[in-house]
Design a protein around this ligand. Structure first.
Ligand SMILES: [Zn+2]
Ligand SMILES: [Zn+2]
Length: 384
């Protein structure tokens, strides 16, 4: 850089010419100050983990914060909603479906409906209660021998493997899957099975009601449509005198007794309520069966792979990262599809498929949630 003797000087900045071009020459003291400030800013903001996900998380942090607060605030409301909606369906099933079954079905069909319906209801109620009331499990807050893999900056405690922090519960959860607003509880190591069983049995119950009430729904829908058509018909016009209407008007009108009007609808308030409740039941159960069925299948796929919802996201990122280095990521908690299910359901012998899966069971899950076997250490198949 060359300072032009003839160039204009404005305090500490000079305009110089080099190779026929004019440019601004900044003094060394200004340049060094700027370089120092730039380095300082970059040092303060530098983070090896910074990527677009981090930027997005930071930008959406206020949205997440608001959603967390609202979920925590309305947690009890969601639970009440589940109880009220489920109770209303059960009530309609008892008042409408059950009489129909008892009056029209063959005895063995009646027995099947009574047994299946009550077993399904029992399983839904039991697993929902256990899922909401069972704590998901928390890491120790005091000094212990539990091995940990990371540290929670919010709880200021060590985190064992598979443990994650829940922003809504504001605590760390063992083998956290997600925070469920419908349970007003986190789904973690100790209540994961209850949550999944609840989803399965509620889906089955909705499918059962939807299929059983299909014909009733069609009849009720047609009845409501007929009722609407009757209501839409214009009321009869009073007839005064006979004239051209002789032979058309009814005899009582001809005799000058009264005016002729459209007969009132034959539907009573009870009929209307009955038909509408059947439609409500069918629409609600069919919608829940589809939506919850999809969610249940998703969780079944995760369990088959030995992942939680959070680990699914983390493993996907790790898989992509290692793929760029021509390496293959292997989920360390995937012990094989069948073994994963046996571990998840707590099945240790054949009879447990009935006593622990098909009947209400409050058995604790395998392990304490602090320590985990890492693949491939557990290669041998589990007994059963
Ligand atoms: Zn935490
Ligand atoms: Zn939570």
């Amino acid at each position: 850089m060359r300072v032009c003797p003839g160039g204009p000087v404005v305090r500490c900045v000079r305009v110089c010419c080099g190779r026929g071009r004019w440019r601004v020459c900044v003094p060394k003291c200004v340049r060094s100050t700027w370089a120092y400030t730039h380095l300082l800013a970059r040092s303060l903001c530098y983070n090896t983990l910074t990527n677009w996900d981090t930027v997005n998380d930071t930008l959406f942090e206020p949205v997440f914060w608001t959603a967390d607060r609202l979920t925590r605030l309305f947690g009890q409301v969601f639970v009440c909603l589940v109880v009220v909606l489920t109770s209303s369906i059960v009530l309609i099933a008892y008042m409408v479906l059950l009489p129909l079954v008892l009056h029209t079905y063959a005895p063995w069909w009646i027995v099947w409906h009574l047994c299946y319906g009550h077993w399904n209801l029992l399983m839904i109620a039991f697993h929902y209660y256990k899922a909401t009331r069972t704590p998901p499990g928390h890491p120790p807050t005091k000094k212990s021998e539990v091995p940990f893999v990371s540290f929670c900056k919010k709880c200021v405690t060590p985190k064992p493997a598979r443990t994650h922090h829940c922003g809504i519960c504001n605590t760390c959860i063992l083998k956290m899957d997600h925070h469920c607003p419908w349970l007003n509880n986190c789904v973690g190591h100790f209540n994961h099975r209850y949550f999944f069983s609840f989803c399965v049995f509620l889906t089955l119950g909705c499918v059962y009601c939807s299929i059983s009430g299909r014909n009733l729904f069609i009849d009720a829908y047609n009845a409501i449509e007929r009722f609407k058509a009757l209501e839409a018909e214009p009321a009869g016009v009073p007839v005064k005198g006979v004239g051209l209407l002789i032979g058309i008007v009814p005899p009582e009108a001809v005799n000058g007794q009264s005016s002729f009007q459209t007969p009132p609808p034959t539907f009573t308030l009870k009929d209307k309520l009955l038909n509408k409740s059947i439609i409500y039941m069918w629409v609600l159960t069919s919608t829940v069966a589809v939506a919850l069925g999809g969610l249940t299948l998703w969780h079944a796929m995760l369990i088959s792979r030995g992942e939680t919802s959070i680990e699914r996201h983390l493993n996907k990122k790790e898989r992509t990262r290692l793929a760029k280095r021509n390496r293959v990521y292997r989920n360390p908690f995937h012990y094989g599809c069948f073994n994963n299910w046996k571990l998840f359901l707590g099945v240790e012998k054949r009879s447990h498929w009935i006593t622990r899966v098909l009947l209400p069971s409050g058995h604790a899950p395998n392990g304490d949630g602090f320590t985990w076997d890492f693949y491939p250490h557990r290669k041998e198949p589990l007994p059963v």
